[in-house]
Write a protein that binds this ligand. Structure first.
Ligand code: IVH
Length: 663
């Protein structure tokens, strides 16, 4: 047992080391596959010995149970706000105030980016992350530990030997601009709610009730200060504290700089202002802090703001440009929404050529005509908005189309709805295309390589007409396509094969029922554990489910009332889409077994894995003395040799099939 504990800790240390290199230092040393194999091994051993799982184990990042309501927790030291200014003269004035207050020079200053994310407070006790909270009102924050644990750049355990008995670490959780835009692109293609800014997207992700949802969002963190801490810790300067944070394995920003005086701060502000466009994350200014911590204490606070720091905010810019035209786009559920095409203009940091207009009511409210000069606002928002019309143009009035811009069908407008819809559904090319893109996207079946262009090509060439056709594609068909060699055809087919192994909520999500996203799909999966139950669910039974509103219930019933939709859902299953049926009472006869798969098998590996997992077994990447079974297909290599050496039970294809069919 002692040896097992030691082995486990060694695996965890190795995983922590590589996760730190990857997520904190952006400098990985091993391949993803090697990391995953070791991680699988950890899961396998922990699965066998659940009593040995520790809260700092890398396996504990996911798996927190959904939360009903966020608990309110008092910060050990309050989380303050910052006084703000918008000119460098105000920085000089602030410095003079500090000096006269102290009657001496403040010494060095630290300049750092003011990250535009969400402030969090991480409590580490004996080096272990025990609690994470939002800033809240500065005194009390909301407990979001399970969600924060899913952020790979947040260490579950601090490194090094000078870790305090307990310490609060403060930082800003954020999402990169690229990830935010990718998220919104997917959401726009599928008619889902968009986030207005990366900050809004990070905040929304952190406040998910289900940590597995947070886990899907690519969040990261910059740690920028230490809050309260035990008496065994002391730092002399803010920069020393930042170094300590870095040595403990926390992610700190590389642009933190020590400045000798106000002039140096002004230079920093100017330089960062210039670099701002090319940063992968959003910042809205610079925080200037007095470096010496004793001087910070001498300066103290004014109400809830420290006198020893100030935030410089870059001006947010509005710009004016000409509205060229308004185009109407058709989403996957048939919603027809207006998008303004603009004469390209630089707003804040990006060139803007499109802006959202939401719906016709907004166009009417703004009184837009083409050729109008409009004011664009982009306050940290990546999708800019038209704020008002500065000069009405002499072009045509923008009126809503009567027919679908894609298929020509007459549009409808629900009684209380501001949105126009094309009712043609599967006979509208735009809806089909967006539905397929959605089906292949990350939150649905996640088919790698099926991006917008590939989907467009497959539809245009008539190789697919609906989602399920993807599973009938063959190499012979694919290689005939332009820009598609043998190799890429094979890798697309492999990705399609892999995507067949999914989860039930994702499958439901992929059906594209109106207004049903990931959260609602999970709720439906819990309540209607089999597809047939979901298909046959009536309005009343849907309404009985918590969090299922009338419109959702109606949408589900309406969706499955259509023969083509029922057939399509069933066809997907017939063509091999499957999921572990953990929602139905499972036969857990394989509970406690640890399997390793090797060699080529006629069932895809993902399917074999799901079959085993569904019956309670764990599947690991490598053979060890903990392995209980090895499924050896054709041409099995070293794993088979090792299994033989260790005397592990080995099954061939026939034996495996017999086991799986035996219930
Ligand atoms: S220091 C008293 N440093 O700004 C010190 N804050 O207005 C306050 N923020 O909610 C925190 N980047 O979330 C500090 N480099 C940085 C920051 C930063 C962003 C946020 C922080 C806080 C707000 C204070």
């Amino acid at each position: 047992m002692l040896q097992l504990i030691k082995d486990l800790e060694k695996i965890r240390e190795t995983l922590r080391y590589h996760a730190h290199r990857y997520y904190v230092l952006d400098d990985p040393e091993v391949s993803d596959a090697d990391y995953d194999a070791l991680y699988d091994r950890l899961l396998a051993i922990e699965g066998e010995n659940p009593e040995l799982i520790t809260p700092d184990s890398p396996s504990q990042r996911v798996g927190g149970a959904p939360i009903d309501a966020f608990q309110s927790i008092e910060h050990r030291a309050p989380m303050l706000s910052l006084g703000k200014c918008t000119t460098v003269d105000e920085i000089d004035a602030w410095l003079r105030r500090c000096q006269s207050e102290l009657d001496r020079d403040v010494g060095h200053l630290i300049c750092e980016p003011k990250f535009d994310g969400v402030a969090v407070n991480l409590l580490y006790e004996n080096g272990i992350l025990t609690q994470a909270t939002t800033r809240g009102d500065g005194t009390y924050g909301e407990l979001i530990t399970a969600n924060v644990k899913t952020i790979n750049a947040v260490p579950l355990k601090l490194m090094g030997d000078n870790v305090p008995a307990w310490v609060e670490i403060r930082g800003e959780v954020y999402i990169t601009i690229e990830d935010f835009e990718a998220y919104n692109r997917d959401a726009a293609a599928t008619g889902e709610k968009l986030f207005v800014s990366p900050r809004n997207s990070a905040a929304g992700s952190l406040r998910q009730k289900d940590p597995s949802m947070t886990a899907k969002r690519p969040l990261s963190i910059f740690c920028y200060s230490i809050g309260a801490h035990s008496d065994d810790y002391q730092a002399l300067t803010h920069l020393d504290a930042i170094m300590d944070l870095r040595n403990w394995g926390c992610r700190v920003n590389e642009r933190v700089a020590r400045c000798a005086d106000g002039n140096a701060c002004n230079d920093y502000i100017e330089q960062l202002g210039q670099a701002r466009d090319s940063l992968p994350y959003e910042i809205d200014g610079v925080v200037v802090k007095v470096d010496d911590l004793a001087t910070q204490r001498d300066l103290g606070f004014y109400i809830r703001q420290p006198r020893w720091a100030i935030a410089f905010k870059y001006p947010s810019v509005d710009a004016s440009t000409t509205l060229l035209d308004v185009e109407y786009q058709v989403g996957r559920t048939g919603a027809v929404t207006p998008v303004a095409r603009l004469d390209p203009v630089r707003v804040d940091r990006v060139t803007v050529s499109n802006a959202t207009l939401h719906n016709q009511d907004e166009i009417d409210r703004l009184g837009i005509r083409s050729g109008s000069t409009v004011l664009i606002h982009r306050a940290g928002d990546v999708i800019p908005k038209i704020v008002k019309v500065l000069k009405v143009g002499d072009g045509a009035e923008i009126s809503a189309p009567r027919t679908c811009p894609s298929c020509g069908t007459e549009l409808t407008r629900g009684e209380d709805e501001a949105i126009l819809r094309c009712p043609a559904q599967l006979s509208c090319p735009a809806q089909v295309q967006n539905a397929v893109i959605y089906f292949c996207s990350r939150e649905c079946l996640d088919i790698k390589g099926m991006g917008v262009q590939r989907v467009e090509q497959l539809l245009n060439e008539g190789l697919i007409k609906r989602n399920s056709d993807i599973f009938t594609l063959t190499k012979e068909l694919l290689v005939k396509l332009e820009r598609m060699g043998e190799k890429s055809a094979q890798s697309l087919l492999d990705a399609i094969e892999d995507a067949k192994a999914t989860t039930y909520p994702r499958f439901i999500n992929s059906l594209g029922i109106r207004n049903i996203g990931e959260d609602t799909s999970s709720i439906l999966a819990d309540q209607f554990p089999t597809l047939e139950e979901l298909i046959n669910a009536d309005y009343e039974s849907l309404l009985e489910v918590d969090n299922i509103a009338e419109t959702i219930a109606r949408n589900v019933v309406d969706f499955f009332a259509i023969d083509a939709n029922r057939d399509e859902a069933r066809r997907l299953v017939e063509l091999g889409v499957h999921w572990p049926t953990t929602n139905v009472p499972v036969d857990t006869d394989l509970d406690g077994q640890i399997w390793v798969l090797t060699g080529k098998t006629s069932r895809p590996r993902t399917e074999v894995k799901s079959l085993l997992v569904a019956r309670g077994a764990k599947v690991s990447g490598s053979v060890s003395k903990n392995t209980t079974h090895v499924f050896a297909g054709e041409n099995a290599g070293s794993k088979l040799d090792k299994a033989q050496e260790l005397g592990i039970r080995i099954l061939d294809e026939t034996e495996f099939d017999a086991l799986i069919e035996r219930k």
